[in-house]
Write a protein that binds this ligand. Sequence first.
Ligand SMILES: [Zn+2]
Length: 117
Amino acid sequence: MLKVIVDLWCIACGASEDTALHTLEVCVAWEPQRRALSAVLGRDLSLPSVVRAMLDSERSWQAAVSFCEEVMTQKETAERAREDDASADPLRHKRMGVRRRRFAHLPLPRNNGVAGR
Ligand SMILES: [Zn+2]
């Protein structure tokens, strides 16, 4: 069974929790990405507002996708660097499973795998 260790704190800014909301609206580390997103979506980056904007226009959808991709790429890079750090806690060394390796190169489906959109 794959055991996933979830960090509760934000490795980007040290805040006590790292949630989607923290990343989208609060974390100082993602200020440049947030500014680019706000330039397209407006100042209200609450989850309902972002979802509404994404469904409203292709441009907003792309802006949100870019934000997510950039943030996730940087978070994954930081996570890998931490895992590669020999002095890191051995519990943080996460082994990539067969399924994840097999599908890692594929882009995520835009419709989240739901047919008929
Ligand atoms: Zn943060």
